[in-house]
Design a protein around this ligand. Structure first.
Ligand code: AMP
Length: 226
């Protein structure tokens, strides 16, 4: 690192390049006008790239979405394409849509295909999307279970799971569905759990699902958009 690059009195900042992201992602990040990684990104990106499990205490506004999507996209771009290898579970349709849009924005110079499924709309278009082949699937738990029961999605190639906004999934009563989904996934995989708060039930879920996770806690001070 070259301290001369940083202005006087400025914090010692990591750059996206230093985090080990590939040129296609760095270009997309530049297009999005992100200058500096947020604290959760600086910590999560290298860990996720290395394949380790992560337990992150981070709320919306911390840049957590790019914190998991950028390294996920990098891993997906480097492996064989066409089967679901990464799954992001998130509580609401709005979040699922937003994560899907972010994946397309950050992945615009890559060949990674993203599918998004959520409840409240007909299954047809989602089934078609899944049949065309997706590398990354973003889903709300209930609708994903519907697809799993119908056999429109398979997880034999899955190697990364992200549980996004886990505490909100708990509040919305989705944990039983999440556990059902977990039981259907390959046991050998990387798992990332993001939660704004860590109630006991989420701590238990983390203990059950994560293997030797690195814990990231960026607290409330680390909002990039404040
Ligand atoms: P999130 O916490 O993932 O919901 O992200 C909050 C907002 O911060 C989103 O609108 C992102 O586009 C934006 N964002 C994420 N990372 C950065 C960054 N490194 N620099 C500037 N804005 C960012």
């Amino acid at each position: 690192r070259d301290p001369g690059r940083y202005g006087e009195g400025e914090d010692f900042l990591t750059t996206f390049t230093e985090l080990g992201l590939m040129p296609e992602l760095l270009r997309a990040v530049r297009d999005a006008k992100y200058d500096t990684p947020t604290p959760v990104q600086a910590q999560a990106i290298p860990l996720v790239l290395c394949g380790g499990d992560v337990l992150a205490c981070a709320q919306t506004g911390t840049g957590k979405t790019a914190g998991f999507l950028l390294p996920l996209l990098q891993r997906l771009a480097r492996e064989e394409r066409g089967r679901v290898r990464a799954l992001v579970l998130t509580p609401t349709r709005e979040l699922a849509t937003q994560i899907g849009e972010c994946a397309r924005t950050y992945g615009k110079y890559l060949q990674v295909r993203t599918a998004v499924v959520f409840g409240g709309v007909s299954l047809g278009a989602q089934v078609e999307q899944l049949c065309r082949g997706a590398d990354l699937l973003v889903a709300t738990p209930g609708r994903l279970l519907d697809h799993m029961k119908r056999g429109t999605v398979a997880f034999s190639a899955l190697n990364v799971l992200v549980l996004d906004e886990a505490d909100r999934m708990l509040d919305m009563g989705f944990l039983p569905d999440v556990r059902r989904i977990l039981r259907a996934l390959p046991a050998v995989r990387q798992t990332l759990l993001f939660s704004a708060t860590m109630p006991q039930e989420i701590e238990r879920l983390a203990r059950e699902t994560l293997r030797a996770p690195v814990v990231i806690d960026v607290g409330r001070r680390a909002t990039p958009v404040a």
